[in-house]
Ligand binder design. Structure first.
Ligand SMILES: [Zn+2]
Length: 208
């Protein structure tokens, strides 16, 4: 069984890639994005990387047309106490990348200079033009350590969940406090739980 669907006219051309039925803990990136594999176009390859990244807890970015990188590629690692969690990612200095080359080139005349007219070849990257994976570096290095848990941890640090707690939840807590003189942490926990994503635990830190 293959995760790829190939073109009937070109048995090497990947038309789609399905990650639904595989256990990503057992399958490495090299298998999903093999060196020299040919993809229908860059959009297909990039959307597959996006799907793969979402399932494994990180985010890709497109860079310089021919490169797909982990979003914290080569970003400097800031250490010590001044780490600004509210700025978002803690992941820095990663080296995950895929380089692609196009299968189509445009000839563009070089007009400057007095010598005979020359042409330079510019790779074409657009929908419908197949691309080839020419290089893959599939290690999340530096302090980049993707995990499903980290996806939850990071927005939590930035306060996104705290901000998104609805007024109703706060109102409920306040009303209970007014009526009873106190609200048990267990009750707060239950109310917050209804506000948080399913896999996010409500910890002591959220209550106080
Ligand atoms: Zn990374």
């Amino acid at each position: 069984m293959s995760i790829f669907a190939y073109d009937s006219n070109d048995p090497e051309l990947i038309l789609s890639c399905c990650l639904d039925d595989i256990n990503l803990d057992d399958v490495s990136s090299e298998v999903i994005f093999p060196l020299n594999s040919k993809w229908k176009d860059r959009s297909l390859l990039y959307s597959t990387v996006q799907a793969y990244a979402a399932l494994t807890g990180w985010k890709p970015t497109l860079s310089h047309t021919y490169c797909i990188k982990c979003s914290c590629y080569n970003r400097p690692i800031r250490g010590g106490k001044d780490r600004n969690f509210s700025a978002g990612s803690l992941r820095k200095g990663c080296e995950w990348l895929i380089n692609i080359k196009s299968t189509m080139y445009d000839s563009v005349p070089i007009t400057s200079g007095k010598t005979a007219r020359q042409f330079k070849h510019i790779p074409v990257v657009r929908d419908g033009v197949p691309v080839i994976v020419s290089k893959g570096s599939f290690k999340h290095t530096g302090s980049c350590d993707p995990s499903r848990l980290q996806q939850v941890l990071q927005p939590s640090r930035s306060g996104a969940y705290v901000k998104s707690i609805s007024d109703t939840a706060f109102f409920t807590i306040c009303t209970m406090y007014k009526d009873n003189g106190n609200v048990s942490s267990n009750v707060i926990r239950q109310i917050l739980k209804s506000q948080f994503p399913a896999n996010k635990n409500v910890s002591k830190a959220h209550i106080h």
